[in-house]
Design a protein around this ligand. Structure first.
Ligand SMILES: [Zn+2]
Length: 150
């Protein structure tokens, strides 16, 4: 079965994801980009990882904070708090194209530095694919997120 990310096999894609996690858990140099990798992967596989509107918001806003707000930890904490509350969210329609870079490209990295760079590139590419949802790009500015107490 072809994968939603564009790879010819979903099984192979999931294998690569597990391999990347093994690499990250074995070496903290790889681990530091783990969260962004999970967000990028989830955003390319919404039928598995973003079934609920909450998980959709978690991955998309999480990546937004990484990409647009330099991973601001205050915003990350606010996002967690926001997600833990009772929310009625509507899930937007799914994309069909998630950018040209996949986990297969990321796994070609030969070092931790290269891996970090590749994940960043991948995340940028996925983030651009989601630009169709402009509301999410500005969400931290316009939601209650930034007004939550520390
Ligand atoms: Zn895939």
């Amino acid at each position: 079965m072809p994968c939603s990310c564009g790879l010819p096999s979903r099984e192979k894609c999931q294998e690569l994801f597990y391999e990347s996690s093994i690499r990250e858990f074995a070496d903290f140099h790889y681990m530091k980009i783990h969260r962004l990798k999970v967000d990028a992967y989830s955003l390319q596989h919404p039928d598995i990882y973003m079934v609920s509107a909450k998980s959709f918001a978690a991955h998309l806003v999480g990546m937004g904070i990484a990409m647009e707000y330099n991973n601001d930890q205050r915003l990350m904490r606010a996002l967690q708090k926001w997600l833990n509350g009772k929310r009625v969210l509507e899930k937007p329609p799914m994309l069909e194209y998630f950018g040209s870079i996949t986990i297969a490209d990321v796994m070609k990295a030969k070092s931790a530095d290269e891996y970090e760079w590749f994940v960043m590139d991948w995340a940028k590419c996925v983030w651009d694919a989601y630009a169709i949802y402009p509301i999410f790009r500005t969400l931290p500015h316009h939601s209650s997120l930034i007004f939550l107490p520390q």
